[in-house]
Design a protein around this ligand. Structure first.
Ligand SMILES: C[S@@+](CC[C@H](N)C(=O)[O-])C[C@H]1O[C@@H](n2cnc3c(N)ncnc32)[C@H](O)[C@@H]1O
Length: 256
């Protein structure tokens, strides 16, 4: 099996789930893949579909994908001049961004911040974290493949409700990986009300969908009922007692 493409270090990244997501997508017979809560883009980057829509409500994250899509070479040049220095990291200012017209250098700085920070949260400089800068350097090796793939995406920076409204069709497959309320990992978090709205949106969609949660979390069961299935995954580099991770899946896959 080919090794997965890693682009953005990010909390809640779903690299280990990709083969199972792809299996459901293929089974649906849909041709449009919509990564509603796209985050690091790990799923969009590792899946093949005739059309991929990458979306995230966070303008900072969306601006990185927009910059690579529309200014691929400039993004690469900016990346080349960045060195392993805390100054680059510290010079970043966390301002709200106009994601489509953001300066490529600023999008690149956000990218750098995520990939060198602890746990990909973009907050604490990850000097202590093993392989933090090495992860960032690996991007250089794969940049041609990554940027070629991102250039084929439609990049959006919208709330999930708008994405479902805009892209709903019988040929649409929505991959749904929302933040878990209370975790506080992201600039844009989810409330219990958002979860309830998501339930309504999913009920009314014409398309297919696959949604996942950590299986041990209770709120999804309270809102969405019991999942269709749970899968056990190896939890690499984990502490004793946490060698496995269990994900619960909810789906509606219409076979064409
Ligand atoms: C669990 S993460 C997704 C991780 C992603 N699947 C990956 O592999 O990197 C959830 C994402 O949802 C985004 N988000 C939060 N609220 C949102 C909303 N209302 N609409 C769209 N995206 C939202 C967050 O910014 C965050 O990036």
């Amino acid at each position: 099996m080919k090794s997965a493409i890693k682009f953005l270090k990010y909390p809640g990244i779903k690299l280990i789930l990709i083969r199972d997501i792809e299996k459901e997508f293929k089974e649906s017979g849909c041709s449009i893949f919509i990564d509603v809560f796209g985050g690091s883009g790990s799923v969009s980057l590792n899946l093949s579909a005739s059309k991929i829509i990458y979306n995230d409500i966070d303008p900072e994250v969306a601006s990185i994908f927009s910059a690579v899509k529309n200014h691929s070479e400039e993004f690469y040049s900016e990346l080349c001049v960045m060195t392993e220095s805390k100054e680059d990291f510290m010079s970043y200012e966390n301002k709200p961004v106009d994601w489509k017209n953001r300066k490529v250098k600023d999008a690149c700085l956000s990218f750098y911040r995520h990939n060198t920070s602890f746990g990909g949260k973009g907050e604490t400089y990850g000097t202590e974290e093993k392989g933090s800068f090495q992860f960032f350097m690996k991007i250089f090796t794969n940049y041609a493949i990554i940027s070629k793939k991102i250039r084929t995406f439609t990049v959006e920076n919208k709330d999930f409700r708008d994405i479902f409204r805009e892209y709903d069709s019988v040929d649409s497959f929505f991959y749904v990986d929302p933040p878990y309320p209370g975790k506080n990992w992201y600039n844009y978090e989810f409330s219990n009300e958002d979860m309830k709205d998501l339930k309504n949106v999913l009920k009314n969609t014409k398309g297919s969908y696959l949604m996942n949660f950590n299986a041990e979390d209770d709120l999804p069961k309270q809102i969405f009922g019991n999942p269709q299935y749970v899968i056990k995954y190896d939890n690499r580099n984990s502490l004793p007692g946490t060698e496995y991770k269990y994900y619960s899946f909810y789906k509606r896959v219409k076979k064409s």
